[in-house]
Write a protein that binds this ligand. Structure first.
Ligand code: C5P
Length: 315
């Protein structure tokens, strides 16, 4: 048997096509109806056996990426979800030896695209493989749910409905392929702060429900209807904390995006460019949206991606 000493896992970012948020629960979380959609903006997580002389700590972390101010926000200690994921695999399997974890980041950090959660999902898969733990899919999903509300989706990818606090997943039928543009903000937003602001703005939130128009748009690959159906209950809270996002959303919409919304808890803004149209029409619309967003001077970076794509995969 070949023994791997290094394993690399590629994992996608997510955008929420619908994020419906219920009232606060006693455990501090909120019940959600969360339509996750994985897009082709990937982080790569590499775990490598540490030098044989090292007996502790279990993990060391390094990170690289092109997004200057974003990279500075990545914690490189045991508070990083990828380090916690390695520990979870060690505990669940009774195996585990010190590893060096390297994060190659393309997903915005603290951006509402579940970058930290994606890295944790990738680290679960990578450590399981490196240590030959052979944990079942169910066990990995369980460990993922313990780590955070969005981690399980990093394992699953594609398009899925998340309920509970977002961790209970069911695949959703979405046969279409869509083109997206993402405006990365120069700032980050803390998910907990955005939920707190949500509670302040909507103390009387109703129970969350899946939007039938969204389900229909996905099932019928209707990009225009999908654009109209995109919704995010956290958007007013994110805009309240970072009002400049309003201008970013307006710029992309005026340039022809079929739909625009804050991704998750923000501050990344997502623009649906299309799906299924003539590639030239799509490319032209994409170029106009990208130019308009760059023209605002508010974005750290503007990137395009396709969805949906599969979840964490060994490369
Ligand atoms: O689960 P995760 O660690 O990603 O959550 C980060 C924070 O976001 C939580 O501590 C909580 O404040 C908030 N949250 C919430 N309801 C959810 C998911 C997250 O209130 N369903």
């Amino acid at each position: 048997m070949t023994v791997n000493t290094t394993v690399t896992v590629r994992v996608p970012a997510k955008v929420n096509l619908q994020l419906a948020v219920g009232p606060g629960r006693e455990d501090g979380f909120h019940d959600l109806v969360n339509v996750f959609h994985a897009v082709s903006l990937f982080d790569e997580v590499t775990v490598k056996e540490a030098s044989p002389r090292r007996s502790a700590p279990l993990t060391t972390l390094t990170a690289e990426g092109e997004m200057g101010s974003h990279l500075a926000r990545v914690p490189l200690d045991e508070s990083n979800l990828a380090a916690k994921a390695a520990l979870a695999v060690a505990e669940a399997s009774g195996l585990g030896a010190p590893v060096d974890i390297h994060l190659d980041k393309r997903i915005p950090v603290a951006g509402g695209m579940a970058g930290g959660s994606a890295d944790a999902a990738a680290a679960l898969v990578a450590c399981d493989r490196l240590w030959g733990a052979g944990l079942s899919r169910e066990r990995l999903l369980e460990a993922a749910a313990d780590l955070g509300s969005d981690v399980a989706f990093g394992l699953v990818g594609a398009t899925a409905l998340g309920t509970g606090r977002g961790e209970i997943l069911e695949p959703m039928s979405s046969p279409g392929r869509y083109r997206w543009v993402f405006a990365l903000s120069k700032r980050g937003l803390s998910t907990a702060d955005v939920f707190r602001e949500y509670d302040r703005l909507r103390p009387d939130a109703p129970a969350p429900r899946l939007d039938p128009e969204l389900e229909k748009a996905l099932a019928t690959r209707d990009a225009e209807a999908l654009g109209r159906a995109l919704s995010n209950d956290l958007q007013p809270a994110a805009l309240s904390l970072l009002p400049e996002l309003e201008r970013t959303l307006a710029a992309g919409s005026a340039a022809g995006a079929l739909g625009a919304l804050v991704s998750g808890s923000g501050p990344t803004c997502a623009f649906l460019v299309g799906g299924g149209e003539d590639p030239l029409v799509l490319a032209e619309r994409e170029a106009e949206v990208v130019a308009a967003l760059n023209g605002t001077g508010l974005c750290e970076r503007v990137v395009a991606a396709d969805g949906d794509v599969p979840g964490a995969m060994v490369v």
